[in-house]
Design a protein around this ligand. Structure first.
Ligand code: CP3
Length: 334
């Protein structure tokens, strides 16, 4: 098998810049919307191996992306741990009450059996991916971000989030989540994922003093585990203030940055490969502005190992033609 572009980038074997996008399979694609319309239950759709593998490959049929990211969701883990998860239109996810007794009684076997369609879908993606030199990205939510959803039961907004205490119950829950995330990561690697991205979407909610307990330490357990499995980790700690410290503490292989990070500052601070950054809102603008935005990142990271991506997921209003234009800009650079 040939090396993938991302592997070459990590090993510093190439000047070619790999590209893929967070939420590259999603509502900005009409072919996704047409499947979604007929499948109202989002969790069920994620657990339909035929459709989820098809959706995973949709963006690769259109664009010259270097990786597929599995069509799934970070909230399938709370779901498989016995918590109800619903996605409501224009509201986001809503979770049922967390029942520690149910959670404590779920065995590894039951958990794997609930999520088995996810692993079957990965196998299908691997089989159907005609170009073998592409990565398949599996993922998990970071322990902290999952804790936020499991306890807050919806996406946190300024006025609806109560901080989570560092008490015995929370500690037990945190350890449980880590244990099952390892199982989920392991199964994704065994079934075809070549990279695991850890999404810590709510890392930015924490004060510096709480990062060690909720973010650095739990995340390092996962990056370590990924290393033990000879796979590669990407971490995306959205809105965190000190990326350099995060990288030192978690020892991730690749760091994904959000759009508040100045590329011309971070490139001097971090030695590992950097991913992402561009504000997804830029893709709603005219081509001149898109070009300026894309070149800002390409120029800044000219002498770094860099994987092109956004600073958060593609927005549903994005025109697929703009995505195509952006991919061409990246592929034609230099
Ligand atoms: O990136 C990809 O293309 C892979 C699939 C993927 C989805 N969610 C599909 C999805 C991935 C990697 C995720 C991760 C995820 N899910 C995160 C971390 C990244 C981030 O956004 O910060 C989080 C916090 C979630 C939880 C979640 N799932 C929310 C808050 C929402 C609703 C808001 C929204 O954008 O719709 C979802 C739903 C979801 N997950 C959709 C998709 C394609 C939209 C569902 C729909 O069609 O209605």
């Amino acid at each position: 098998m040939n090396n993938t572009l991302i592997r070459n980038c990590i090993e510093n074997n190439t000047t070619k810049i790999p590209i893929w996008l967070m939420r590259q399979a999603g509502r900005y694609l009409p072919e996704f919307r047409s499947i979604r319309k007929k499948n109202e239950d989002f969790i069920k759709l994620c657990l339909n191996k035929k459709l989820s593998s098809e959706i995973t490959l949709q963006p690769l049929d259109r664009f010259n992306f270097d990786a597929a990211i599995l069509f799934s969701d970070i909230l399938l883990v709370p779901y498989a741990l016995g918590q109800k998860v619903k996605f409501m239109k224009n509201y986001g996810p809503e979770l049922g009450k967390l029942d520690i007794n149910i959670l404590n009684n779920i065995s590894k076997q039951e958990f794997i059996s609930t999520l088995n369609p996810v692993y079957e879908s990965l196998k299908l993606v691997e089989k159907k991916l005609s170009k073998k030199n592409k990565d398949i990205i599996g993922f998990v939510g970071a322990p902290w971000t999952l804790l936020v959803y499991m306890l807050n039961r919806k996406s946190p907004k300024e006025n609806n989030f109560n901080s989570i205490p560092k008490n015995k119950e929370v500690n037990i829950l945190l350890e449980k989540v880590i244990e099952f995330l390892k199982i989920h990561i392991d199964a994704q690697i065994k079934n075809g994922a070549t990279i695991i991205q850890i999404f810590d979407s709510w890392a930015g909610l924490l004060e510096e003093d709480d990062l060690e307990y909720f973010v650095y330490n739990p995340t390092q357990k996962l990056t370590n585990f990924i290393k033990e499995k000879s796979s590669t980790s990407i971490c995306f700690p959205r809105n965190i203030k000190n990326y350099r410290k995060y990288v030192e503490k978690t020892k991730t292989d690749i760091i994904s940055i959000d759009y508040n990070v100045d590329p011309n500052v971070i490139k001097h601070e971090i030695e590992i490969p950097i991913q992402g950054g561009l504000d997804p809102k830029i893709l709603l603008e005219e081509s001149k502005i898109v070009k300026k935005g894309v070149l800002k990142y390409l120029d800044a990271f000219k002498n770094n190992r860099y994987i092109f991506n956004l600073g958060h997921g593609v927005l549903p209003k994005t025109n697929p033609e703009t995505v195509k234009y952006m991919v061409e800009l990246v592929k034609d650079y230099k």
